[in-house]
Each structure stands twice: as structure tokens, then as C-alpha cells.
Design a protein around this ligand. Structure first.
Ligand code: PLP
Length: 420
């Protein structure tokens, strides 16, 4: 099929990725004289002008520390910072902006829940349930609680397709479960997990739910009230915003009962040597000077996504990942890792006789950026009997030209390794 015929056959979504690409200055770069094909957005997404400008405007125009100042710059910074919080609230459809805690990223959000929500409720032998698909940041914090509190980690198995086994999930959730902590979308396989079904299972047993939304937030429209989750975490840098800023959504009833795990300035109502009264959420969990320009940049990123149309982005990416899966599967020697029915953003594969790092290097020589390694999912690698995969991951700026470039590049690599 010719490139243009392929494009015509893809469903029209009303979203133009080429126009979006023009919003991202780094994507205008050429590498080795060739168009940059960026297929590593699951690791970190590129930034549009709107985000870069928002951060620059903050530093150039009105930057000062937030919350404590009466002077004009501090008031302007505070107002922009709190507007960003409101933007996040809208992005998640949370009921109240006080349910939005700014953190460094998904990792910090999960650690916060581990320390301040789960740890105080744990008795030795209590369980935290995760799945085999999780990123290390949704594994290691719970292992630390195993060491500290005598808790046990239970893992829901997955099928060969890379999907959560719902019967096994039902069996894993029991009287000792203190939290179900589950990724919304797998960063390695792209599997979209059946959150609604998992929430229903957990709710029947009155088990609180944390969703790691690091890979869902860039791709899927979200509604934490409809999802009916207790906590939802995501990172700014994966939704086209700055790094060093992220979000923990938590139900206000939970947040208001939680004791902070970091103390310092800005999170108190009153301090004396006799004791400290904590501020209300979210300030209670935002000790110290926050990433002010980062939060403002994140607000700009979420506004950008809203303007592009989140449903339209999702429809475009859904069609494109399907196209990529079909095309990559046809390259000689390629074996896809995981074949989930519902997938967003990413696909993983290996190639017979070729090390994933060599494949990534040979693609880089063709100006194609993919990631090779374990993708912080070593238990998942073990499940498939591999130590590493090549992962191609999409952003809203990718299109059929990128998929075609990837497949052409891979065919060259296959040729180098003698695969026909
Ligand atoms: N969870 C998932 C599914 C991820 O993909 C990542 C990052 O790759 C994280 C958590 C951790 O995110 P961060 O490094 O931004 O804290």
C-alpha cells in the first residue's frame, strides 16, 4: 500500500498530527540530515511551544515564591500556580481542587500513598495487590513496606497476551488486602487494563484503589469520579509538560485523614516546640518550595491537550498504534511481546538473533528514536523469558510517516542480521 493510500484508509479523526508536530520545536530538528522520528514518548514526551512559553513567561514575567508573599509577584505566581491546580482538577474531573496534590511525579505520588495512607493501616500479614504488568515504581514502594511493616505483596498474573486475568484478580483480593495498586496502561506492552472491572472487584470487598496513570494520562480521557478510584497518579513530563512535576489525586476524605511523610515549610498551620498542627490538604503534602514554574507548565500542557481535543487525540493514537502493531509484526524475525486487545501508546518486540540495544542503535543511525531495555518492568521481562525488548511508543505528534519510517528502518536492521 502506498503511503498516501494508507493514510486515506485510516479513519479520519478530525485531529491533524502534522499540525500538532509543528507545535513541538525539537521535532523540527533533523538528525543525520533526516526527519526526526520520535517514538519514545512513553519514556518522556516532547514539549510544545505552549509549555515552553508558559515556563519562560513565569520566569521572565512574574516569578516569585508562592503562598507566603503579599507582594505583587508572589500573588501573581500563587494565582498561576493555583490556576494550574484547577487545570489538573478539570483534566481528571476531580470534584475539588483540594484533591490535587503536586508532587515530583508518579513515583513520588505512589510513595506518598505508601507512607501516608497504607503504612499506618498495616498489620503484619496484610497484603497489597498489584499486577505482573507494573512499572518498578509500583512494585518497589510496596516491597519497602514489606520490609518495614511485615506486609505481603500479591501479584495478579497476566495471560500470554499481556492482559490481567480477572478471575485471578478476584482470587487475589481478600480480607487481608489493604490496597489494590494497579497501572492503568502498561508502559511496556501498552495494555489498557480493565480498571472498571478491577474497581468493581475491589469495591465489593471495600478495598481502596490506587491507579498508576503515568501511561494513561497522555493517551486517554480521564474521569476519576467515573472511575471511582481513591487515588490516581501521573507525571507531568509524559503529558507534554515539564519534568519534576506530577500529580497525586486523592479523595479528600482520605487526604484529610492522612499524616504527611515530609515535613517543612508551607505544610503547617502552626508550629511550636511543643508540637505542630498540619495545614489542610493539599498543602499538607507539599512541604517546601514547590516546582512553581513546573506546575504552571503542566497547566499549560493540559490546556494544550484540551484544545487539541482529548477524544480526538485518543482516536488518532488508537488507529496509529494498531497500524504500527500490524506493520511491525510483518517485519522478518520480529516477535511482538504481548498482544493485548486494548492497547494505548506502546508496543514491544524482539528480533531473532538481534540484541534490542543493537536494534535501537541501528535505528538511531536512521534518526529513529526508540527505547531498548527492560523499561523498569523486569518481572514482566521475566514473564516473557526475555531480558529486554525494543519499545516504540507514540505521542500525539506521530503519524503514518513515523510508522512507515520505523518499519523501513527495521527491515534494514533485519537485513543486516540476515533475516528475510
Ligand atoms: N508508572 C509507569 C507506568 C511509568 O511508565 C512510569 C515512568 O516510566 C512511572 C510509573 C514512573 O514515572 P516517573 O518516573 O515520572 O515518576
Amino acid at each position: 500500500m502506498t503511503e498516501s493510500a494508507e493514510k486515506i484508509q485510516r479513519p479520519r479523526t478530525g485531529f491533524d498530527p502534522q499540525q500538532a508536530r509543528a507545535d513541538f520545536p525539537v521535532l523540527q530538528r533533523r538528525l543525520q540530515g533526516q526527519r526526526l522520528v520520535y517514538l519514545d514518548s512513553a519514556a518522556s514526551a516532547q514539549k510544545p511551544h505552549a509549555v515552553i512559553d508558559a515556563e519562560l513567561d513565569c520566569y521572565r514575567g512574574y516569578y516569585a515564591n508562592v503562598h507566603r508573599g503579599v507582594h505583587t509577584l508572589s500573588q501573581e505566581s500563587t494565582s498561576a500556580f493555583e490556576q494550574a491546580r484547577e487545570q489538573v482538577r478539570g483534566f481528571l474531573n476531580a470534584a475539588d481542587a483540594r484533591e490535587i496534590v503536586f508532587v515530583r511525579g508518579t513515583t513520588e505520588a505512589i510513595n506518598l500513598v505508601a507512607h501516608s495512607f497504607v503504612a499506618p493501616r498495616l498489620q503484619p500479614g496484610d497484603e497489597i495487590v498489584i499486577s505482573h504488568l507494573e512499572h518498578h515504581s509500583n512494585i518497589v514502594p510496596w516491597q519497602l513496606l514489606e520490609q518495614r511493616c511485615g506486609a505481603r505483596l500479591r501479584v495478579i498474573p497476566i495471560t500470554d497476551a499481556g492482559e490481567i486475568d480477572l478471575d485471578a484478580a478476584a482470587a487475589a483480593l481478600g480480607e487481608r488486602t489493604r490496597l489494590l495498586s494497579i497501572g492503568h496502561v502498561s508502559n511496556t506492552l501498552g495494555t489498557i487494563n480493565p480498571i472498571a472491572e478491577l474497581v468493581a472487584l475491589a469495591r465489593q470487598r471495600e478495598i481502596p484503589i490506587l491507579v498508576d496513570g503515568a501511561q494513561a494520562a497522555p493517551h486517554l480521557p480521564l474521569d476519576v469520579q467515573a472511575l471511582d478510584v481513591d487515588f490516581y497518579a501521573f507525571s507531568g513530563h509524559k503529558v507534554y509538560g515539564p519534568s519534576g512535576i506530577g500529580v497525586l489525586y486523592g479523595r479528600y476524605a482520605h487526604l484529610s485523614e492522612m499524616v504527611p511523610y515530609q515535613g517543612g515549610g508551607d505544610m503547617i498551620r502552626k508550629v511550636s516546640f511543643a508540637g505542630t498542627e498540619f495545614a489542610d490538604p493539599p498543602a499538607r503534602f507539599e512541604a517546601g518550595t514547590p516546582h512553581i514554574a513546573g506546575a504552571i507548565g503542566l497547566g499549560a500542557a493540559l490546556r494544550y491537550l484540551e484544545v487539541q481535543g482529548r477524544e480526538q487525540i485518543a482516536a488518532h493514537e488508537c488507529a496509529l498504534i494498531e497500524e504500527a502493531v500490524q506493520a511491525v509484526a510483518g517485519v522478518p524475525g520480529v516477535r511482538l511481546i504481548g498482544t493485548p486487545k486494548a492497547r494505548a501508546g506502546a508496543l514491544s518486540f524482539i528480533m531473532e538473533g538481534a540484541h534490542p540495544h543493537d536494534i535501537a542503535m541501528l535505528l538511531d543511525e536512521q534518526a529513529i528514536a526508540v527505547r531498548a531495555g527492560h523499561h523498569c518492568t523486569q518481572p514482566l521481562m521475566e514473564r516473557y523469558g526475555v531480558t529486554a525488548t525494543v519499545r516504540a511508543s507514540l505521542g500525539l505528534y506521530n503519524d503514518s510517516d513515523d510508522v512507515e519510517a520505523l518499519v523501513t528502518g527495521l527491515r534494514k536492521v533485519a537485513g543486516i542480521f540476515g533475516l528475510r
